[in-house]
Design a protein around this ligand. Structure first.
Ligand code: GAR
Length: 207
């Protein structure tokens, strides 16, 4: 099968990026990471990309006079590398309407909880697990969804539950969820590569 071209946006350590690169290299996903872009020049995600001879670019709003100029540069960079699917992997910035429009239904995000709970602005990384523990919820999980103009809001593609144990703290819960992320994100990308993701309103059909 033809491989689709991925552009990964990441702000931090990039363990999800690594799981995607590994899955593509093992031939489990019909895709190739063509470029990794980070708003953070020190993100370990950029290092991981370089280790696999993948283009690694630091692109931040701070380098541009306006949000619009940043959007144009981001879209141009993605197009230049032939990106067909944008994958957010721990990317902490909101995707603008212009970028959403340029890649409508072609941007995925992974979130370490069961959306629509525990999502939205400020709900990223460990903050999510802290909020889940604080709430007393007995179940958490993970969600892959299509990105729209709001944080953690677009149509849901895949979800899985993970139990919250009585002795959990945010670190132990994160440690139970992260390996599931590393399995689920490549699966979602493969569904996209096979043309199996069909969006109707808020619902996604994958058969
Ligand atoms: C992951 O747990 C991901 O689900 C989360 O940030 C972490 C990034 O880890 N994303 C969000 O919270 C988005 N709202 P990584 O850099 O090791 O992939």
């Amino acid at each position: 099968m033809r491989k689709i071209n991925l552009g990964v946006l990441a702000s931090g350590r990039g363990s999800n990026l690594q799981s995607i690169i590994d899955a593509t290299e093992r031939g489990e996903v019909d895709a190739e990471v063509r470029i990794v872009i980070s708003n953070n020049s020190k993100a370990y995600a950029l290092e991981r990309a370089r280790n696999h001879n993948i283009a690694a670019v630091h692109l931040s709003h701070k380098q541009f006079e306006s949000g619009d100029a940043f959007d144009d540069a981001l879209i141009e960079m993605l197009k230049k590398h032939g990106v067909e699917l944008v994958v957010l992997a721990g990317y902490m910035k909101l995707i603008s309407p212009k970028v959403c429009e340029a890649y409508r239904h072609r941007i995925l995000n992974i979130h370490p909880a069961l959306l629509p709970s525990f999502g939205g602005k400020g709900m990223y990384g460990m903050h999510v697990h802290e909020a889940v523990i604080e709430s007393g919820a007995k179940i958490s999980g993970l969600t892959v969804h299509i990105v729209d103009e709001q944080y953690d809001h677009g149509p849901i593609v895949l979800q899985k539950t993970v139990p919250v144990r009585d002795d959990d703290d945010p670190d132990s819960l994160a440690a139970r969820i992260l390996p599931e992320e590393h399995k689920m994100y490549p699966e979602a990308i493969q569904l996209f590569a096979e043309g199996k993701i069909r969006v109707e309103g808020r619902r996604v059909y994958t058969t």
